[in-house]
Write a protein that binds this ligand. Structure first.
Ligand SMILES: Cc1ncc(COP(=O)(O)O)c(C=O)c1O
Length: 440
């Protein structure tokens, strides 16, 4: 090429949640039956949309108007509806103009970091949900800056770590919160959120809260929204329908801008985000039109509550199966639908393995984890090796936690399997696999 083609940030783009699927597909081809515990798609795990929701959507599809473009920031009626919902929390107040729609929250996430000055950084949690950490790192062409979530303290953020990193790195302009969290299933306690707001105030930062799971909590826990605790700090809440409705295939998410009037740089930043959407014309219209009709229906809340209760039951089933394994650090989850399970220090070793009965699958896995001399591949994280063995030996597809910007060794599972017997069997297989692998 005449000039350098690829930007420095491109090497920061990776998404193990989908990469692992390529390996699983190879194993499937040689006859391994796969249980997909890697991706947070309730529909793929057999969740059925209630008929009344399907009826609303099919009625909308019969109207010609649904097929046109919509305003760049999104349907006005829908933005008004959402602003009203946020205002009812009695915290920060917004209007329709403070909301902008995107093609899924993934689209919103890539835009938000794209327009931050290259040298300015947003610190986010570790383990990190890689859509955020990769997009933020790609904008800066540098590895992500993270604060620790502590597996020995219910995965709550290590606030001293956050404070010190913010204090000693003047490039940090923002703090990311994912509440409830992916990949840990942790829900930020109110006091922690308040402290993060104080840190933002002290250092003149803005906040980003990914709240795509804000209404998915269970077993006695509720999540506090950014709108409730932000006071006069500038911030962006990110929300969507992929998990809550759930309609991930609709590709529909939005940003809510809080306290635009409190900081003129922040206001310009929000304007740039709106403009970026304008040059694309607009985002997906059908789900936007459906939002007030579905979220505003009296049947929605009971449906969501029931769905949450079921996730809560599954969280307990998984806890019963795994929390007794002494080599693991296991935390029960209270929000979202993932859990991150950590191997205690020193339990994973480079040469461990699991018995793989399918000969072709065994050959494949050995080619992934060993070098030409049959020795463990040098740069392969030990949790990734475990994940490959679990995939081939037990047919369970999970994601290694080292690929979530974390120094910890472990794996992420989902809580989405709706059939409790299948769920118990899958997690029984995971437990047996762990015990065998660690004893090998
Ligand atoms: C924390 C978080 N944010 C954003 C997304 C992306 O959502 P969407 O389907 O709206 O792009 C996900 C999807 O798993 C997620 O877990």
């Amino acid at each position: 090429m005449r000039q350098k083609l690829l930007s420095g940030g491109a090497s920061e783009l990776s998404y193990e949640i989908r990469e692992i699927v390529k390996k699983a597909e190879q194993l499937k081809k040689v006859g391994v039956e796969i249980s997909w515990e890697n991706i947070g798609d309730p529909i793929q795990k057999h969740h059925q949309m209630p008929v009344w929701i399907k009826d609303i959507i099919s009625d909308l599809m019969k109207q010609d108007d649904t097929y046109s473009y919509c305003p760049s920031k999104g349907m006005l009626e829908t933005r008004e509806f959402l602003a009203k919902q946020t205002n009812a929390l009695n915290g920060v107040q917004i209007n329709a103009d403070d909301i902008c729609f995107f093609n899924g929250l993934g689209d919103a996430i890539s835009k938000v970091y794209q327009f931050i000055s290259r040298t300015s950084r947003v610190i986010g949690p570790s383990p990190a949900y890689s859509t955020h950490s990769s997009a933020e790192a790609a904008h800066a062409a540098h590895e992500p800056i993270t604060y620790k979530l502590d597996p020995n303290n219910k995965w709550y953020p290590d606030l001293d770590d956050l404070y010190n990193k913010v204090k000693y790195n003047p490039n940090i302009v923002g703090i990311l919160i994912i509440n409830p969290d992916n990949p840990t299933g942790m829900v930020y306690p109110l006091e922690t959120l308040k402290r993060i707001v104080q840190i933002a105030k002290e250092f003149n930062l803005f906040l980003i809260a990914d709240e795509i799971y804000i209404n998915i909590t269970y077993n006695g826990t509720r999540a506090y929204s950014l709108a409730e605790i932000i006071e006069d700090v500038p911030g962006i809440s990110m929300k969507g329908i992929s998990k809550e409705m759930p309609w991930p295939g609709a590709r529909c998410g939005w940003m809510e801008y809080y306290n635009r009037d409190k900081d003129k740089d922040f206001n310009k930043f929000c304007q740039a985000l709106d403009n970026a959407k304008m040059i694309e014309v607009c985002s997906t219209k059908l789900p936007q039109v459906a939002i007030p009709k579905i979220f505003g229906d009296a049947r929605f809340r009971p449906y969501r509550e029931l769905t949450n209760q079921r996730i809560g039951r599954r969280s307990k089933i998984i806890a019963d199966i795994l929390h007794t394994v002494p080599q693991l650090t296991f935390n029960e989850t209270f929000g979202a639908f993932y859990n991150t399970i950590i191997f205690r220090d020193g339990t994973l070793k480079p040469e461990q393995s699991m018995k793989i009965s399918n000969a072709q699958a065994k050959t494949l896995v050995e080619s992934w984890v060993n070098d030409e001399e049959g020795k463990p591949m040098k740069n392969m994280p030990m949790d990734k090796r475990f994940v490959y063995y679990l995939l081939a030996a037990k047919g369970v597809c999970v994601v290694p936690i080292s690929s979530f910007c974390s120094e910890l060794q472990g794996f992420r599972v989902t809580l989405l399997e709706e059939d409790e017997q299948v769920l118990a069997k899958t997690f029984g297989n995971i437990r047996d696999g762990i015990i065998e692998y660690l004893a090998s």
